[in-house]
Design a protein around this ligand. Structure first.
Ligand code: PAF
Length: 286
């Protein structure tokens, strides 16, 4: 595996792969890799001739009071995992290379960026879209792989790619869960044992939504009400949002007809966790 830090070197290495006519797969990450990331890597290795994985804790997507500084980092372990997986290039740029002094440009996917997580994390998706477009310009991948756990991010990046006529195809892969149902997240490491147990309430609320839908319930309000009740019964949990929305536009739905996203964000102690499921489509059901 080649390790590259400099933007210009990454551009050159990606350019070489493209000149050879090889299909380039790309997995952008913030590191501290878990099985969810590795499932994206494996998919890229299957689909593409060469795979680039980036590790960059993007300062642009953290608010001033968020966890940028304490966000978990373990580049040596990440490197070993990627090497073992058979990745071709690890791109690990420095903060100042990606966001140099004087950096002024931002990408906004208006409307979509302000809903759900965007309400409690203003500026977050602007930071994500900006850095992902920048990474796409450096790597110029044929395919880029993202996880369904960040459902809103996936929808926003699909929209950006379409709106800006980017050549990269966005591939969204299913949520990877622990055996008991907790969705994998680098932030799970913040949880103490009691919080780890309480964190299962997210998955339980989604299972409840799915069970109600499977039993014929189509009123979004009654499903949402039951989910809020269930989460409310967990003393360590504080709801940020429970939303039942159209899976393309993120507009709230009253009745569940087509493919519908049920998304939750819950604070467990000080740790904000998200999870989701799709009702009415071919998506993953808990
Ligand atoms: O999903 C993530 O880890 C990040 O939001 C991403 C896409 C790597 C952009 O920094």
């Amino acid at each position: 595996m080649k390790k590259i830090a400099a933007v210009e070197r990454m551009k050159a290495a990606a350019g070489e792969i493209k000149t050879q006519g090889r299909i380039l797969g790309f997995v952008p990450t913030m590191g501290y890799l878990h099985e969810g990331h590795l499932s994206l890597v494996r998919e890229s290795l299957k689909k593409a001739d060469a795979t680039v994985v980036s590790i960059f804790v993007n300062p642009l997507q953290f608010g001033p009071r968020e966890d940028f500084r304490r966000y978990p980092r373990d580049p040596e372990r990440d490197e070993a995992l990627l090497e073992e997986a058979g990745v071709d290039i690890l791109f690990h740029p420095a903060d100042l290379d990606m966001v140099p002094d004087g950096f002024r440009t931002t990408v906004e996917v208006s409307g979509l960026q302000d809903k759900l997580c965007g309400r409690s994390r203003p500026g977050h998706f602007k930071g994500v879209a900006t850095v992902v477009l920048k990474l796409f310009n450096i790597v110029r991948p044929d395919y880029a792989f993202f996880g369904q756990k960040d459902a809103q991010q996936a929808i926003i990046l699909r929209r950006m790619t379409k709106d800006l006529d980017l050549d990269t195809k966005i591939e969204i892969r299913p949520i990877v869960r622990e055996e008991d149902g907790l969705a994998l997240s680098s932030r799970n490491m913040y949880l103490n044992p009691e919080e780890r147990r309480a964190a299962l309430v997210l998955f339980r609320s989604l299972k409840k939504a799915h069970a109600m839908w499977a039993a014929g319930e189509r009123e979004a309000g009654s499903i949402r009400g039951e989910m809020l009740r269930l989460i409310g019964s967990e003393p360590l949990a504080r709801v940020d949002y429970v939303e039942i929305v159209d899976s393309d536009t993120l507009e709230t739905v009253d009745r569940i007809n087509g493919k519908t996203l049920v998304a939750v964000a819950v604070l467990i102690g000080n740790t904000r966790l998200i999870d989701n499921t799709i009702l009415g489509g071919k998506g993953e059901h808990p």
